[in-house]
Each structure stands twice: as structure tokens, then as C-alpha cells.
Ligand binder design. Structure first.
Ligand SMILES: Cc1cc2nc3c(=O)[nH]c(=O)nc-3n(C[C@H](O)[C@H](O)[C@H](O)COP(=O)(O)O)c2cc1C
Length: 175
């Protein structure tokens, strides 16, 4: 059994939901799992964990600064044990943009950090128009209109491929 830490960076909670699914799969495989917001990781004894997974969503074209700050401050601890990173974004609903090699936000993430996670993945996120602020809703609807996605302002669409999330969890378990 390994002690696995899963850190998440989320705004509306979907990345946390993905982390919870990963956590359940790992726990079912006999591992001890701790989930925490990356903003709260300062109080966590990182060396006590055998593996560390980080998941972060994209908003307005970027991952949040707290993700880069954590990675820069803790890169040596991360690199001394099996480690993994995944990004959550809506662009990844497109098959040609849902791989680590083809997702523009994952590529941008790797350009901004010296951390080279041993395992990488990309998950499509959730679109929840009713929950968006009016200006955000308008901007996202325009982007969806341009890219062939849903534009109904009442739409709530989960693009996440949960089978793929669980496959990622099994790869973490096998690290
Ligand atoms: C205000 C807003 C901005 C977003 N910007 C982007 C973006 O630039 N690119 C993208 O692919 N997805 C974008 N998304 C989609 C989010 O990545 C998606 O909703 C994800 O599931 C959010 O995860 P979270 O709830 O963990 O933050 C945006 C969503 C919102 C509400």
C-alpha cells in the first residue's frame, strides 16, 4: 500500500470531483489517499507521501498561479517520488486536442515549468452555463459557437470521459 497525495486546483469544483473519482479507484486498489486543495498544501508534510498527483483546471486560457507556485517551491520533493499531473479544460472535448501531446494548455503548462511529470493526462471538463456570470456566459457561448460546441444558455454538459479518468488512476496505482 502506498500513501498517495492528490492536490487539486479548481474554481467550480469539477477538478475536485475528478480527483475524488481517482481517489476512490486508488483506495479500491488498497492505497491510502489524501485529497487537498493545492492552496492548502503548505500545511501538508509532502515527504510523508509515496506518490503525488496534481490536477488543475483552465480558466480564461490558463492554469492558476497557485499551481506554478506550488510546483516551483516543491519540485525537488515532487521529483523524488512517482508524480503525475493532469489538466481539465473544455478544449479537450475535441478528440484532436485531448492528448498530452495535442492539448494546448498542457503544452503551455510544460513550457512554464521545469517540472516534468512522469505521468500526464488531459480530461475534458464541464460546461455549466446557468452557473456562469453573464459576461463569462456570453464569452463562452461565442467561443462555443465558433468551435461547434453547445450554445444553449441553459445547457449543462459534462464532457469528462470517466473511463479515461479511471484508467489514469490505474496508471497511478501501477507507478
Ligand atoms: C469563466 C470560465 C472560463 C473558462 N475558460 C476556459 C478556457 O480558456 N479554455 C478551456 O478549454 N476551458 C475553459 N473553461 C472551461 C473549464 O476548464 C471547465 O469548465 C472545467 O470543468 C472547470 O473546472 P473547475 O470547476 O475544476 O474549475 C472555462 C470555464 C469558465 C466557467
Amino acid at each position: 500500500m502506498s500513501a498517495i497525495l492528490i492536490l487539486y486546483s479548481t474554481v467550480d469544483g469539477h477538478t475536485r470531483t475528478i480527483c475524488e473519482r481517482i481517489g476512490r479507484t486508488l483506495a479500491a486498489a488498497g492505497h491510502g489517499v489524501t485529497l487537498a486543495r493545492i492552496e492548502d498544501a503548505g500545511g501538508i508534510d509532502l515527504p510523508a507521501y509515496d506518490r503525488i498527483v496534481i490536477g488543475a483546471s483552465v480558466r480564461c486560457g490558463r492554469h492558476r498561479p497557485s499551481v506554478f507556485e506550488f510546483v516551483e517551491a516543491n519540485r525537488s520533493v515532487l521529483e523524488r517520488r512517482p508524480n503525475a499531473f493532469f489538466t481539465v479544460n473544455i478544449v479537450a472535448r475535441k478528440p484532436e486536442k485531448n492528448r498530452p501531446e495535442t492539448n494546448p494548455y498542457l503544452r503551455a503548462f510544460l513550457r512554464r515549468t521545469r517540472w516534468r511529470p512522469q505521468l500526464l493526462d488531459v480530461f475534458a471538463g464541464r460546461l455549466d452555463y446557468p452557473r456562469c456570470r453573464p459576461l463569462d456566459r456570453l464569452v463562452i457561448r461565442c467561443i462555443m459557437w465558433l468551435t461547434g460546441g453547445p450554445t444553449d444558455p441553459a445547457a449543462v454538459v459534462e464532457f469528462t470521459d470517466w473511463t479515461r479518468v479511471e484508467a489514469f488512476a490505474r496508471r497511478v496505482a501501477a507507478m
